[in-house]
Design a protein. Structure first.
Length: 299
């Protein structure tokens, strides 16, 4: 699943590079050139998800399921990984279809409803880990589209509603506010919620959520949690690495708010923190957006 996410992020990065000069210069939304291609990709991903993920979820705890897998030359762990990979791919294709289909397309509303139905509130208990995990996967699916920024504010607002932080995340923020360090939740949800609010034009909310992330990541990277790692769905990042990313997010927020000196300061602070090349590459589109916004104001 980790390799699948890397491929999706790399794909979005390449698209972003190709179109970045046009989209950033004109601040217009570039529509997908072929709506039917988007829907075909979604149909293929949906079929695979039903075959791999849904079938696995229905049968995984049945007494005879492991035996059936073994008779077919399959392992339970392999079936589990394939199920998760198919869900990740499906959510990515579903989100891309929602973002890029024109709103007047006859199937747009159906796609929107299908995406909304993936929210864990429809099939998970809020107090369970599975609820949080499902929301995290939706966050990962939204992330490439939010990075590129070529999304209508109305659609970004819808994604923000999907990504609204859970009570678990809010509890963590309250504990940090009063100086008590607790086990980190999946910060990607809160980070993508902040960027979704920014793309929707809600700079105040975007900044407010980012401030919480910066507070947590700064404390854990420089204080008590310096030697710890932060695990997200199989990926391991240091707190300093995440702090760097949230500083870049903040620079983008301030650049959109036309507070260009503050944007420069946050970006400069982020770039002082060491990061591996792969993550820096994924963050480069954000940085180009920041620099473009600052440069356009100086003309």
């Amino acid at each position: 699943m980790n390799r699948k996410r890397i491929k999706l992020v790399a794909f979005s990065f390449i698209l972003g590079f190709v179109f970045s000069n046009q989209s950033l210069a004109t601040d217009t939304i570039i529509a997908h050139t072929n709506s039917e291609e988007l829907l075909d990709e979604l149909n293929i991903a949906r079929d695979l998800k039903q075959k791999k993920h849904d079938h696995f979820e229905i049968n995984k705890w049945k007494p005879g399921f492991r035996k059936i897998l073994e008779e077919n030359g399959e392992k339970w762990s392999t079936a589990h990984r394939q199920a998760e990979d198919s869900l990740v791919e499906y959510l990515a294709r579903l989100t891309a279809a929602y973002v890029h289909l024109p709103e007047n397309h006859p199937l747009f509303q159906k796609v929107k409803e299908e995406l909304f139905a993936q929210h864990p509130e429809h099939n998970k208990n809020k107090l369970t880990e599975s609820y949080h995990n499902q929301l995290s996967l939706i966050s990962y699916a939204c992330h490439p589209e939010l990075i590129k920024g070529r999304i209508l504010p109305k659609k970004a607002s819808f994604l923000a509603k999907l990504l609204k932080p859970t009570g678990r995340i809010k509890f963590e923020d309250r504990m940090h506010f009063i100086g008590i360090t607790v086990e980190p939740s999946k910060w990607n949800i809160q980070a993508d919620y902040s960027i979704a609010q920014l793309r929707a034009g809600n700079i105040y909310t975007a900044r407010k959520e980012n401030e919480k992330l910066l507070k947590k990541s700064t404390k854990l990277s420089e204080g008590k949690g310096r030697g710890l790692n932060y695990r997200i769905e199989g990926n391991v990042r240091t707190y300093k690495s995440l702090n760097r990313e949230f500083l870049i997010h903040r620079a983008l927020i301030e650049a959109h708010a036309k507070k260009h000196q503050e944007a420069k300061e946050f970006l400069s602070k982020a770039q002082e923190i060491h990061e591996i090349d792969e993550i820096k590459k994924n963050q480069s589109l954000f940085i180009r957006q920041i620099e473009s916004l600052i440069k356009s104001s100086e003309k």
